[in-house]
Design a protein around this ligand. Structure first.
Ligand code: FES
Length: 145
């Protein structure tokens, strides 16, 4: 069993408030997960459990839904890390070259559903960029420091 990193109490309170602001309905599952991630940057167990209690969706279904969306994370983001989509379209459009262009600051991520703009990169603030080249990636990353 892995141990989760400690949570910022204020951010967790913000996440709970954002979830509680949503209607207590099953169809609010995805908006609740998105609200929690927006407040915390990821989905710790405490947030998952709060979504479960608020929406009255079984916790297994909450996890199943959360794991179906690649933009939802179960680990805290690494500060300064960018993600390169490694889905098929992005792979064919040069994702591997992007990963090697900034090896210390990039990691792979599943399809971001912007395949027409491949290759796609997600920056540290979750902004998406399409048709990225190794040079444009290095320039954007340098400008963001
Ligand atoms: S494969 Fe990269 S956005 Fe779909």
């Amino acid at each position: 069993m892995t141990t989760e990193p400690s949570l910022d109490a204020g951010a967790l309170a913000d996440a709970r408030a954002a979830i509680d602001a949503l209607p207590r309905r099953k169809d609010q599952l995805l908006p609740a997960l998105e609200a929690a991630q927006h407040a915390l940057g990821w989905l710790p167990r405490a947030a998952i459990e709060h979504v479960h209690r608020h929406t009255r969706v079984p916790i297994s279904e909450v996890y199943a839904t959360a794991t179906a969306y690649s933009e939802l994370r179960f680990e805290p983001p690494v500060p300064g890390q960018w993600h390169v989509c490694t889905g098929i379209s992005c792979d064919l459009a040069g994702a591997a070259a992007l990963l090697t262009a900034l090896p210390d600051r990039t990691a792979g991520i599943d399809c971001q559903f912007l395949c027409a703009l491949a290759p796609v990169v997600v920056d540290e603030h979750e902004r998406l960029f399409g048709r990225v080249t190794p040079d444009s990636l290095r320039a954007r990353a340098e400008a963001s420091r």
